[in-house]
Design a protein around this ligand. Structure first.
Ligand SMILES: Nc1ncnc2c1ncn2[C@@H]1O[C@H](COP(=O)(O)OP(=O)(O)OP(=O)(O)O)[C@@H](O)[C@H]1O
Length: 250
């Protein structure tokens, strides 16, 4: 799938030394939909997201957002927002300082910091140092950073990690609001129960390659039992798992 609007990754590869971590990957995240990127640890999901963000340089392939290369946008933060690392902040800055700094870097009005703080539920703690934030609060801060400038596309790496039940429900609602407003969401996740509820499209990677790229219902149809996505996922990734549990110590 290579949508004109949204995020398009075409024939992208990346090697670190002898390790081919992304191998000829083509995927897309269309406008008004929530696309999840799943896969075992080390499958290459974060590397793909980092290449979309321009933080890692691909060896081959083309990546576009709304049909343009990232470098061609006058204001990247109006086109695409990234939440890839909840620890990417100065712990001695308050949440508001962090977001105002990010807004300044992105050419976004500083007042947008307060809008996104309210949007992620951090308005009442906006003056608190981020070094004193819980992991769930840092996740919300990362999502707020991604939403600065109200970008048309949003890319998030495991945003549900560390969120409590209320936070999980909040994130679900936020994703719904964003897609209803026509945003393209590309989200790496291991939270299969949440993916099963909220996904429009599901892409599964294994060992640097795309194993499955289909609408949610098509993927669910591959599964059985009460946890359909989990059973489909286990089957699809069966030969792509590098790290397995060691079992009981007894
Ligand atoms: N800068 C780097 N230098 C060398 N190897 C790297 C680098 N970044 C990632 N890798 C390797 O690339 C592979 C893919 O890593 P990546 O973080 O993309 O996987 P992932 O699918 O996001 O995994 P997880 O689910 O654990 O977050 C791993 O083997 C990792 O060790």
């Amino acid at each position: 799938m290579t949508p004109t609007r949204g995020i398009s990754v075409s024939g992208v590869s990346k090697r670190f030394g002898d390790n081919q971590v992304v191998d000829d990957v083509t995927l897309g995240a269309g406008a008004g939909s929530l696309t999840y990127l799943l896969g075992p640890n080390g499958a290459g999901k974060t590397t793909v997201l980092r290449m979309i963000a321009g933080l890692t340089t691909p060896d081959a392939g083309i990546i576009t957002v709304d049909g343009c290369r990232l470098r061609d946008f006058a204001q990247v933060k109006r086109a695409v927002g990234f939440g890839l690392n909840p620890f990417a902040h100065n712990p001695k800055h308050s949440a508001r300082q962090h977001l105002r700094w990010q807004a300044r870097l992105g050419g976004i009005p500083l007042t947008d910091a307060d809008r996104v703080l309210d949007l992620v539920g951090l308005g009442s703690v906006s003056g608190r140092l981020t070094g004193r934030f819980s992991y769930g609060m840092l996740q919300r801060l990362g999502i707020a950073t991604a939403l600065l400038g109200d970008p048309r596309c949003v890319v998030l790496d495991e945003p549900a990690n560390g969120l409590d039940v209320e936070g999980t429900l909040w994130l679900r609602e936020l994703f719904g609001t964003l897609t209803t407003r026509g945003k393209s969401l590309l989200v790496a996740s291991h939270s299969l129960s949440e993916v099963e509820i909220t996904a429009d499209r599901i892409i599964i990677m294994g060992k640097g390659r795309i194993l499955t790229d289909a609408d949610r219902d098509e993927v669910l149809a591959l599964g059985t039992g009460p946890r359909r996505l989990e059973s489909a996922y286990v089957e699809i990734t069966r030969t792509s798992v590098d790290y397995v549990g060691g079992g009981s110590s007894r």
